[in-house]
Design a binder for this molecule. Structure first.
Ligand code: SF4
Length: 230
């Protein structure tokens, strides 16, 4: 599995896919990448140390993903990241966090004091029924504004059975209106029962493919487009 890559087409940064403890939620109906989680601290530390060795700091920005939330990374790995960030003069770091960690984000901000920390949150959709009944995200909020109070960057999921054009239109509107950055993941079939909807994806490409040109929006047509994962 590729665990280190460079993103160069926009918002240039290095990206690492680290190993962590299991995602605390772990119940999203479309997610099988938690299979990369482990409970072996030794396994995590060994893998992460090797991956982190690749970081050069060349873009001043680093994204850290771990098939869970930053809070599931071991403390030792967080300390190693911090040391590298300081040594390599990295000014901005991106981490993933599950929405229900929203009240703990300051813990990471204080650990990385002096560094800009951006949290990416997998909201997937603002449609409550689709998010919680179909995707089983376990995330409740009043509206997009409430999400934006905690997260400047969100991930949305597009193109699965049960999703509607109307919900996607609304999601895109909320993304553009309230968030600084967005990552749109086009759904790829995996080992879960959630199925890709080709027709919806074709429609999305025709209607919203232009978003790919925006500096603050990334569309992952394939889930390995960032160069990590398998
Ligand atoms: S919160 Fe993220 S990592 Fe955890 S199960 Fe859901 S999609 Fe997977």
């Amino acid at each position: 599995m590729d665990r280190y890559s460079l993103i160069t087409n926009k918002n240039a940064r290095e990206i690492v896919l680290l190993k962590s403890y299991p995602c605390k939620w772990g119940r999203c109906a479309f997610c099988d990448y938690i299979d990369d989680n482990t409970s072996s601290l030794e396994d995590m530390l060994e893998t992460n140390r090797e991956v982190l060795k690749n970081i050069t700091g060349e873009f001043g920005q680093l994204e850290v993903i771990n098939s869970a939330s930053v809070f599931e990374l071991p403390d030792e790995t967080l300390e190693e990241i911090k040391k590298i960030v300081v040594d390599k003069k990295i000014h901005t770091i991106y981490f993933e966090a599950y929405y229900n960690y929203k009240d703990r984000l300051d813990e990471i901000r204080s650990l990385f004091k002096g560094i800009k920390v951006v949290f990416k949150c997998g909201i997937e959709t603002f449609d409550d029924y689709i998010r919680n009944k179909i995707l089983k995200k376990g995330i409740v909020f009043k509206d997009a504004l409430e999400v934006a109070e905690h997260f400047k960057s969100i991930c949305l999921l597009v193109g699965f059975e049960g999703q509607t054009k109307e919900s996607i239109m609304y999601d895109m509107k909320m993304l553009m209106r309230y968030f600084e950055r967005g990552c749109i993941n086009i759904y790829i079939n995996n080992t879960t029962p959630i199925k890709r909807n080709e027709e919806l994806i074709k429609w999305f490409k025709d209607e919203y493919g232009y978003l790919d040109q925006y500096e603050n929006i990334e569309i992952l047509w394939n889930n390995t487009d960032f160069g990590v994962g398998d």
